[in-house]
Design a protein around this ligand. Structure first.
Ligand SMILES: Nc1ncnc2c1ncn2[C@@H]1O[C@H](COP(=O)(O)OP(=O)(O)OP(=O)(O)O)[C@@H](O)[C@H]1O
Ligand SMILES: [Mg+2]
Length: 386
């Protein structure tokens, strides 16, 4: 039976604030409640940072939902400090909440965020500005190319609106769940992977908003048994809107790979992609020129520059960004994607397969340089009110 918001709110009236003798719903502490199939996400607003109270309320909210709503619900409960919301509630100038204003600043700064994907050494986002330029194709072949080197690799399709990875890796259906309620990634070609589309009804996904996507991504990060990974590749949805911006700030990305085709309409959007990552201080590892030239199957020595020549290579140079390689437009790339056998895994007889191997090696090299020269990326938890 589908869960509705009212059931969740009613369940949460059983959770009492320990000092206020009122429940969290009456105290107007619950915000951004979103219910989607078995996903339930909301934020508990607090007048100030208090790690102990946050942990206690989160636990009690979870218990209440499991008891009164659905014991198997997939939960993402966040906490946020919202000083202004509670400021005016107290009478006679007293703080509305006991303890409010009593913790000094250093104490608050000591509160650490929970770590996202702590067993993963490098998290790489594959992005583009424009849709359909080959992000998913590059993400899948990059992941499999990295796995060819013997590395432990994960791949997460964050495109809930048009997931491609289930087809490209030939694995459909819902993932299994461990006894501890963690999702088990699918595994194929030496890559552990999941697609958010495996758990979301595509019709429902159309109405998802930024905060829902973000909380679902967090869940796919934290509530999946990824294990130890050398590389995690994220396939992002097309564009540079709110969802992408929120996504790239939810995860401490090591770096981004921008995919584009060489024609101007795609390049304009690729430039926006690079700018988005720079704005949020995520290093851009470099750009990939996909569909750089067409190689006909019956004339493998020919190259036709259908979308223009060296457009991405030149843009990368102008923007002071690395050029990671060019992938030709070849029928076998598309066919292997549709069959769920990424081309990079074959015997490397096609130019594309060889180019994907080169691309993976260049990404490994750029990651090594980046990790030597720069500090790890910090996660910024921004809050969007729908
Ligand atoms: N180098 C290539 N040669 C041949 N076909 C390709 C190549 N790159 C991508 N394609 C094909 O083009 C189509 C679009 O590619 P893909 O799905 O990877 O793009 P995308 O950028 O992920 O799209 P979206 O923006 O919808 O997520 C697919 O059918 C794919 O097989
Ligand atoms: Mg895609």
């Amino acid at each position: 039976m589908a869960i509705n918001k009212q059931q969740v709110r009613t369940a949460l009236t059983h959770v009492m604030h320990p000092q206020m003798e009122k429940d969290v719903v009456s105290l107007d502490m619950i915000e951004d409640l979103i219910v989607q199939d078995q996903f339930i996400t909301f934020t508990i607003d607090l007048p100030e940072k208090d790690t102990k109270l946050e942990a206690q309320l989160k636990e009690e909210c979870e218990e209440a939902i499991r008891k009164f709503v659905d014991k198997d619900a997939v939960l993402d409960i966040n906490t946020a400090v919202n000083i202004s919301k509670f400021r005016d509630q107290g009478e006679d100038g007293e703080p509305a909440f006991p303890g409010q204003g009593h913790r000094d600043k250093r104490e608050q700064e000591d509160d650490e965020d929970e770590e996202v994907l702590s067993g993963v050494k490098n998290i790489i986002a594959v992005a583009s500005g424009k849709g359909g330029v080959g992000k998913s194709t590059v993400a899948v072949n990059l992941a499999c190319g990295l796995a060819r080197t013997g590395a432990k690799v994960g791949l997460l399709d964050t495109d809930i609106y048009g997931p491609s990875i289930p087809t490209m890796m030939d694995a459909h259906g819902r993932p299994n769940i461990t006894t501890k309620k963690k999702l088990i990634p699918k595994e194929k070609h030496g890559v552990r992977f999941l697609s958010m589309g495996m758990l979301v009804d595509p019709d429902q996904a159309m109405i998802w908003r930024g905060p829902m996507v973000t909380s679902a991504v967090k869940q796919f990060m934290n509530e999946v048994e990824w294990g130890e990974l050398d590389y995690m590749v994220l396939d992002l949805p097309p564009g540079t809107g709110d969802i992408q911006l929120t996504l790239v700030q939810t995860v401490p990305l090591t770096g981004a790979v921008i995919v584009s085709t060489p024609q101007n309409v795609a390049l304009d959007d690729a430039r926006k992609g690079v700018a988005m990552f720079k704005k949020v201080n995520v290093p851009v590892l470099g750009m990939v020129e996909n569909m750089a030239y067409f190689i006909p199957e019956d004339m493998p020595d020919k190259k036709y520059y259908i979308f223009g020549k060296h457009g991405v290579r030149n843009l990368a140079e102008r923007m002071g960004t690395n050029f990671l390689g060019e992938i030709p437009l070849e029928q076998k790339v598309r066919e292997s994607s549709d069959e769920g056998k990424p081309i990079v895994l074959g015997d490397l007889e096609t130019v594309s397969a060889q180019k994907f191997v080169e691309l993976s090696n260049n990404v490994i090299q750029q990651l090594a340089i980046r990790n030597k020269e720069q500090e790890p990326t910090e996660k910024i938890d921004i809050k969007i009110r729908p």
